[in-house]
Write a protein that binds this ligand. Structure first.
Ligand code: DC
Length: 206
């Protein structure tokens, strides 16, 4: 079974996807990490994450150990990931890995284009959203837990500009698949989101 979970940043996709995977004993892949790791490799090489040649080279050279680096979160990694994610060569280089991951024994994958490009025939597609205010508050709280005190207004502005870039890019833009179920988590806590998502999955695969 392939479960595709897409949506904008900080909508609750990651937590939901991980918990669905645990509940259904499926492997889980956070595909955002791939783009973050590519961004990091480009920054390490003192190159520009918007440079298609440097970014595509970094994506082709990506290894499993890049995915467990401790510096894949935070404002620099966010920005670099969003920049490399708009480059078609980067996306092409990461596609086979994502498909292979899911093809082995099924999986839950979260990202921006899982239901549209990576697994267009996924068994379940959820498009997870939440209001910009709710997403900014969640991301702000998450940053505080990690010891980063960035003003809420700055977190909100950053989310807004990354989402706009993800929605408006030509390569695999952030859009719901035609057959995705919209899942708005604005007024849900993580437990409620999991319970509702599992209910939806059960109805769909019955
Ligand atoms: O989900 P995230 O915030 O970790 O994603 C980091 C960046 O990577 C974000 O700007 C969108 C991009 N991304 C993408 O374009 N396609 C994916 N499947 C996953 C992430």
């Amino acid at each position: 079974m392939i479960i595709a979970i897409d949506g904008p940043a900080a909508a609750g996709k990651g937590t939901l996807a991980r918990r669905i995977a645990e509940a259904l004993s499926l492997p889980y892949l956070d595909t955002g990490l791939l783009y973050r790791a590519v961004g990091r490799r480009v920054l390490d090489a003192a190159a520009d994450p918007a440079d298609p040649i440097a970014a595509t080279e970094a994506a082709r050279a990506l290894t499993e150990s890049d995915l467990s680096r401790p510096d894949l979160r935070g404002p620099d990694a966010d920005r670099a990931a969003s920049q490399v994610a708009s480059i078609p060569g980067v996306r092409a280089a990461l596609l086979a890995y994502q498909r292979h991951y899911g093809d082995k024994s099924g999986a839950v994958l979260d990202g921006r284009d899982i239901g549209t490009i990576v697994f267009p025939h996924a068994d379940i597609k959820l498009f997870v959203t939440a209001s910009l205010d709710a997403r900014a508050e969640r991301r702000h709280a998450e940053l505080l837990r990690r010891g980063e005190n960035i003003p809420l207004a700055a977190v909100k502005a950053d989310l807004k500009s990354r989402d706009e870039a993800d929605r408006n890019r030509a390569a695999a833009p952030l859009i719901p698949a035609a057959d995705a179920t919209q899942f708005d988590t604005t007024h849900m806590d993580a437990e409620t989101a999991l319970a509702q998502a599992l209910e939806l999955i059960q109805i769909r695969v019955r």
